[in-house]
Design a protein around this ligand. Structure first.
Ligand SMILES: [Zn+2]
Length: 166
């Protein structure tokens, strides 16, 4: 059985007892979280979120990329969220390479030029959080009254630490 087959099987068991099909789409706690795709992060658990509570937007690094901002615009303007958290984490893979490294690797392995892709790696964890908080705040499409705070999650201890604005 492939891993995907196992997912399908797990879903069948899930659906048998699923009883939350009547939740509204707007997040109950009016929250959106931007965080990394890292498999060691379980944001719903480490933030105490229940189904229906919040938007959790994940990508490599938890960066406030154009696409993350796109989701936040929809989250705020169409679905009523008004408080955001940006959460990066210790030991993030995004600390371990540069754009040039990955662009070269892709060119070597595929023969296709990747020099126009910014993979948004970062050398400084806390600064990356500040940069992303500011990028969200500075978007003209994110309402100015939305609170945006930044955090680092420690993968070893499960602890969240706020990154003060610079
Ligand atoms: Zn990461």
């Amino acid at each position: 059985m492939s891993m995907t087959d196992q997912l399908v099987q797990a879903n069948q068991a899930y659906a048998e007892t699923f009883d939350q099909g009547d939740l509204p789409a707007p997040p109950a706690r009016r929250l959106a979280v931007v965080t990394c795709m890292d498999a060691r992060l379980h944001p719903e658990k480490f933030l105490g979120l229940e189904i229906g509570d919040a938007h959790v937007i994940r990508n490599a690094g938890g960066r406030a990329s154009d696409d993350a901002i796109r989701s936040l615009i929809i989250s705020s303007h169409l679905l009523g969220t008004n408080e955001y958290a940006v959460i990066h984490h210790t030991d993030c893979g995004m600390l371990s390479f540069t754009n040039e490294d990955l662009q070269q690797k892709l060119a070597d392995e595929t023969g296709v030029d990747a020099s126009n892709i910014d993979f948004l790696p970062f050398p400084d964890l806390e600064q990356s959080v500040r940069d992303d908080v500011n990028r969200i705040k500075e978007s003209p499409f994110i309402p100015g009254n939305i609170r945006v705070r930044g955090f680092v999650y420690d993968c070893r201890t499960g602890t969240l630490t706020e990154v003060p604005a610079a």
